[in-house]
Design a protein around this ligand. Structure first.
Ligand code: 4HQ
Length: 234
């Protein structure tokens, strides 16, 4: 799967995505993450890409033409058909279901704004999907793009060592994960729950499910309601 990010800060994307699992996925050729620097498409002799907002107000607005040229160039590199995702608090809120939907694409272009945002006219022409990663205000779209790339890339077959389809199934259950333990069996006088040392797989499964339900009830009662609806219990 090919990801392409249009941004004024390509080094942020490059640095942020080359580590750990995403880095290994790139080395293995399972995904690629390329960047286009919007500044390279400035039409201004000082390489400026922003200007004052019409109507006044605080901050600067990114100009339409460099953003347009950067996005068109990125799309061209991907065969001209890719969806263009704009990161904005005004977008649809990103969740696992959206990650699964985007993971079915072969190419994705991300458009990251900075300052007060981007001239609305270019957004109308190039953006196919507006997405928010949550109800808070960030300084730029780069971190949201990286959040999305991380969540989507781990669904690409081979990126994780374990079985991805099993992972998708478990989130569809709308339950939080059960607690995990590793050696040593006793740490700070705390013992690993006995059932996990028993080797009794059916009982372990049952215990984990109970813990998942317990945690979801405590921290995400909204998710537990969804879970109950979908599994038709109680
Ligand atoms: N932004 N989810 C970029 C966000 C945001 C979010 C604010 C987007 C600043 C320039 N993006 N602009 N939350 O806070 O996606």
């Amino acid at each position: 799967m090919e990801f392409h990010v249009c941004t004024l800060f390509p080094e942020m994307i490059e640095q942020g995505c080359q580590t750990s699992i995403l880095g290994r996925a790139m080395d293995k050729g399972l995904i690629s993450i390329d960047t286009t620097n919007i500044r390279d498409f400035s039409t201004n002799k000082h390489m400026k890409v922003d200007d004052y907002p019409y109507g006044g107000g605080a901050g600067m607005v990114m100009q339409a033409e460099p953003v347009y040229a950067a996005c068109e160039s990125a799309k061209q590199k991907m065969g001209g058909q890719a969806r263009v995702i704009y990161l904005t608090p005004q977008g649809r809120v990103f969740d696992q279901k959206m990650a699964e939907e985007f993971a079915r694409e072969d190419h994705l272009v991300f458009l990251c704004g900075h300052y007060e945002g981007i001239d609305e006219r270019v957004l109308e022409e190039v953006v196919t999907d507006s997405v928010s990663i949550g109800d808070y205000v960030l300084t730029g779209g780069e971190l949201p793009a990286m959040v999305m790339i991380d969540a989507i890339a781990r669904l690409v077959p081979g990126v994780l060592n374990n079985d991805v389809s099993a992972d998708i199934e478990s989130f569809h259950d709308d339950l939080l994960e059960y607690p995990q333990y590793t050696r040593p069996a006793v740490w700070h006088d705390k013992e690993v729950p006995q059932v996990l040392l028993s080797g009794h797989h059916a009982r372990i499964e049952e215990w984990r499910y109970e813990k998942s339900v317990e945690r979801t009830a405590k921290w995400r009662p909204d998710l537990l309601e969804k879970h109950k609806k979908n599994t038709c219990i109680q």
